[in-house]
Design a protein around this ligand. Structure first.
Ligand code: G6P
Length: 369
């Protein structure tokens, strides 16, 4: 097992550190930024169906559902197609209104999640086109799809998903870009810019991984907290949800992820000097807004841990702890900003002496409902 872990203490840490490679592998052969080209062989003629879709419905569970939420922001921005993101378990049981003209994208690491499979089956019977974004070649979900794009994250052993998530984000960005360029809903400059951004993202993830020792110190400082709040806006809102999920799974600390503005409608009541609040606050079109959300937390004596962008002059003066990640376009930023959150959950779990690769009560793949 020590050999399989490649010198790392746990599979989870190994998989976190594999991300520069697994993101690269998921883009390789598809993205050619120099030539300004994008090829998704797995979509074939379905690119046209996607382009003409009335609506895209993303079905998934767990971390894959969070990737779907990021994709909602991406696809709506790039393709101007309405996107809904559904928990597969809810979608399947409510006799959903779905049919011809709808495209379902099932997102799944394992390709075997029972609820996601059944959700796809019922939408397929009703005439929708089904695309799969899976990590396991030949899995049930891959076989049930009309077409799809594989993530190439390699086998994920740690129960808490890490590298599959960032690979999903990369692939979903490619799908959004492909449809946008075919549909003509993106300018040539923005298309080229995003291809360049995706080309650079693996290197930026590698830089974010250099934060490991710093994040470990922060983990040590906050490991005894009873609750955590994770806040973000826009593209970083699903990242906040994913950060909270990672912490719950691995450390058994109660954590909630919320859209930062929505905290005023409830979670702000929890804020006192004992509550760490993690802000995913990289430089994007929501930046000014999130700065005022940080002020609101500080005014109530909450402890703020902020994920910020290089060169930020404001947030470091407000937060208790600052984790600085490389700058990126807001559409690809989640691939980078989730890295310190994965590391934070990992280190808190390890510092608490827990089995981070096999957290209690959780399964890698939920093949029963
Ligand atoms: C389980 C795993 C999660 C995963 C979810 C969905 O809960 O523990 O890590 O995100 O299932 O799995 P899938 O294989 O469909 O992505």
């Amino acid at each position: 097992a020590a050999i399989e872990k490649g010198g790392y203490d746990h599979f989870m840490l190994k998989e976190i550190f594999e991300q520069p490679q697994t993101i690269f592998d998921s883009l390789r052969g598809r993205l050619d930024a120099k030539a300004g080209k994008l090829t998704l062989g797995g979509l074939r003629e379905h690119t046209d169906l996607l382009k003409e879709a009335n609506r895209i419905i993303i079905v998934a569970c767990g971390t894959s559902w969070h990737a779907g939420l990021v994709a909602e922001y991406m696809i709506e921005e790039l393709c101007r197609i309405p996107v809904e993101v559904e928990y597969a378990s809810e979608f399947r049981y409510r006799n959903p209104v779905v049919g011809k003209g709808d495209v379902i994208i099932a997102v799944s690491q394992s390709g075997e999640t029972a609820d996601t499979l059944v959700a796809m089956e019922s939408a397929k019977e009703k005439g929708a086109i089904i695309l799969g974004v899976c990590n396991v070649v030949g899995s049930s979900i891959a076989r049930l799809s009309h077409a799809g794009v594989y993530t190439h994250a390699g086998p994920e052993i740690g129960v808490a998903s890490t590298k599959a998530f960032t690979a999903q984000l990369a692939v979903l960005a490619l799908i959004g870009l492909k449809v946008a360029v075919e549909k003509g809903t993106i300018t040539e400059q923005r298309f080229q810019h995003l291809l360049d951004e995706l080309e650079d993202v693996s290197d930026k993830v590698a830089i974010a991984l250099e934060l490991n020792e710093q994040v470990k110190k922060i983990a040590d400082k906050y490991k005894d907290a009873r609750d955590f709040l994770y806040l973000g806006r826009g593209y970083n809102f699903p990242v906040a949800l994913e950060g909270a999920l990672k912490l719950k799974e691995i450390s058994y600390i109660h954590a909630e992820g919320y859209p930062a503005a929505e905290m005023k409608h409830g979670p702000i009541a929890l804020v006192d000097e004992n509550l760490p609040v993690v802000f995913v606050a990289t430089k994007d079109s929501y930046y000014e807004k999130i700065v005022s959300n940080i002020q609101e937390i500080k005014a109530r004596k909450g402890m703020v841990i902020a994920i910020t962008t290089e060169g930020d002059q404001i947030i470091p003066g407000m937060a208790d702890d600052v984790i600085v990640v490389p700058e990126a376009d807001e559409l690809v930023a989640p691939i980078i900003s989730v890295i310190p959150l994965q590391l934070l959950a990992y280190h808190i779990g390890v510092l608490k002496g827990l089995d981070v690769d096999k957290p209690r009560n959780l399964a890698k793949s939920v093949t029963v409902e």
